[in-house]
Write a protein that binds this ligand. Sequence first.
Ligand code: GAP
Length: 500
Amino acid sequence: MKYDELFALLRRRGVLWPSAEIYGGAQGLYDYGPLGAALKRRVEEAWAAWFLGLSPDYHRIEPAEILPEAVVRASGHLENFTDPEIVCEQCHAAFRADTILEKVRPEGVDGLTPTEIAEVVSTHQLRCPNCGSRALGVPRAFNMMFGVDFGVTGRERAYLQPETAQASYLSFARMWDVGRKALPLGIAVVGKAYRNEIAPRQVLFRMRAFTQAELQIFFDPAHFDLPFDRVRDESLPVLRVPRREAGEESPEWVRASELVAPGGLPEFYVYHLAHTYRFYRDVLKYPIDRIRLFEKSDAERAFYNRIQFDVEVQLDSLHGFKELGAVHYRGDYDLGRHSQGSGRDLSVTLTSGEKVLPHVLELTFGVDRNVWALADTHLSKDGERTVWRLPPYLAPVPVGVFPLMPKHHSEYALRLADDLERAGVAARFDDAGTIGKRYARMDEAGTPYCVTVDGQTLDGDARDTVTLRDRDSKAQERVRAADLAGRLGPTLRPPRPPRA
Ligand code: GAP
């Protein structure tokens, strides 16, 4: 579906809309309505079920979202969390450098210095996208954090967290003390990140307040034993740096065992990369031919990373592959910087007596971008029908309950919807319009199951049975109302990683 059509549909169905809409909207901020909020919650639950399911030593915490200045100074964000900005000297509009260079350098400006960016601008005689003037200023580094006045005097400086990861590093010492005192130790956070993006755009893709789900795995680089056999034969769609430099955009299928061959990537990295890939393929169900694992070069990687593969999915609405998450090997950067910044040594003593400063492997996931991507890839027109083919455990409303004739069947249907809710199966009663219209509304909302109460439910041999209609096949069957929760419930639980 085209971008405008998709956004219009999501707004019309109350999935999401611009924040402060009645005041003309606030750039880069969006609100989720009932369907969107439920979908986002289910995506977060699916993420937690999968990634916390990787190990009993991975735990979720819920930290504060404001960071004192000392934290972002130590983490490097005060100095390095910048995007190159270009201001037009004629009309004073400000742009991210990559939007000015978009046509001549579609791969972006990661790794270019401000001087190199200025050279590209001058070589191609680029103009201001707003007023058309050639008077574009010298690129400068723009820090994307939101600073806040903290405390009553307003003299203490603090920042809204630009990534949820920092909270896990700050909690590491406490989690070590209250836990098993062993590595690996995983700390997960699902929370808001705030970035003063220069040019927010593409709705949920470049927001100023968005949700990240991030797992930080603290480990001893000398001993990180993992059941690598579980992923050894998995083929991964990787686009590595040499292939990219040769001008290729499509990934090649490489087995995990080949990626770790001598001189290759570390086993702990490929093990988690493979499980991350499986999450996008098997849980979120993005089409296999639309996923690629895109390796970032030395110049392109974030300042804290040693190895970085972004998970990208091809989206029709945004005309190409887009980053939805990543696997970052951050080395000892984070605990090293926070040891220096806080004055507290964050190294730990293992049972062997060895002292180690743990390294960090970060599995990061943008929740909002995935909500958009799930609409882009799973929502489509099927003749007159618009169907959102979400897996049942991601559907905002898993079950629709309809009285065939509201006057006669509503009482039973309302009680059935309530019974399902009490059994943990979210259900919505709908008695408005024809049955066809009700199916159409549910198809568009991604509801996989619709149940209709009719005359047979109330009377005769088929008493207490209802019709159950499947969204994708449109097949209908007669089932006992009392069996519904037991039958549908298991399909509504998000998958966990397979056991050995
Ligand atoms: N802790 C590492 C980190 O924050 P990142 O690549 O800056 O890395 C991780 O962000 C993920 O957060 C991205 O893969 C993307 O899905 C999401 N994300 C980043 N910036 C975003 C924005 N402005 N709007 C929406 N999602 C964003």
